[in-house]
Design a protein. Structure first.
Length: 95
């Protein structure tokens, strides 16, 4: 099963940061397993040599937070829904 939307955002942020090549992004996007955020982090660290700090920065950018605000944030299935709600509210408040 392909990666979920939030996991794809993490991978995209790592690519924007220059930490993953287009080929690596394609390989991760087509990953045969359904990976949780924690499992994706392990794959990134073990197979792609991405540091834990780089993973943290990519996660933070994916949810629109500074990395230091994310250090104690737990990712769950609800995280993506909550992030979308916050982003919608933010867009509305700036309109």
């Amino acid at each position: 099963m392909p990666l979920a939307k939030f996991q794809l955002q993490i991978v995209a942020k790592l690519a924007e940061m220059g930490r993953l090549t287009e080929e690596q992004v394609a390989a991760l996007s087509a990953h045969p397993e359904d990976l949780s955020v924690e499992a994706l982090t392990r794959v990134l660290q073990d197979e792609y040599r991405i540091s834990s700090w780089q993973c943290l920065v990519a996660k933070a950018r994916a949810v629109g937070l500074a990395p230091y605000n994310l250090t104690h944030y737990r990712f769950s299935a609800r995280s993506e829904e909550h992030t979308s709600e916050l982003q919608s509210r933010e867009t509305i408040s700036y309109a």
